[in-house]
Write a protein that binds this ligand. Structure first.
Ligand SMILES: [Zn+2]
Length: 119
């Protein structure tokens, strides 16, 4: 996947279009990423007894109500923001020789930048 956990991404569509945030979860199978504090959805939750709380004397309850959670976005609706030039960019792959090892690094596809994204 071209987007990894910890990357800063630019959102291309949806209500948070144009905003940027840090990826907190990347699901390569579903090809979706979750971005911190973006694409929030309201979840209505009911107060529930917490597991293993009964031995602590008395049952503890989780707070119910409406909470906002970041929902996963399809990978095609985000672009990686290059840490060098600070702009959203397409990501290229480059095979680099590091000591005796070949490593794939992600690079910025901007013609005037071309810097590595992975440090
Ligand atoms: Zn760049």
């Amino acid at each position: 996947m071209k987007v990894k956990k910890g990357d800063v991404v630019h959102i291309l569509s949806g209500k948070d279009r144009g905003k940027q945030g840090r990826v907190i979860q990347a699901d390569s199978k579903a090809r979706r990423v979750t971005v911190e504090n973006l694409n929030l959805v309201k979840r209505h939750t009911r107060p529930k007894p917490l597991r293993d709380a009964s031995r602590m004397g008395g049952t503890q309850m989780s707070a119910g109500g409406v909470i906002e959670r970041a929902a996963p976005l399809p990978i095609s609706t985000v672009m990686v923001v290059c840490p060098t030039c600070g702009r959203p960019t397409r990501v290229g792959m480059l095979v680099k020789q590091v000591k005796d090892e070949q490593r794939k690094v992600r690079v910025c596809k901007r013609a005037d930048c071309g810097e590595e994204i992975d440090r």
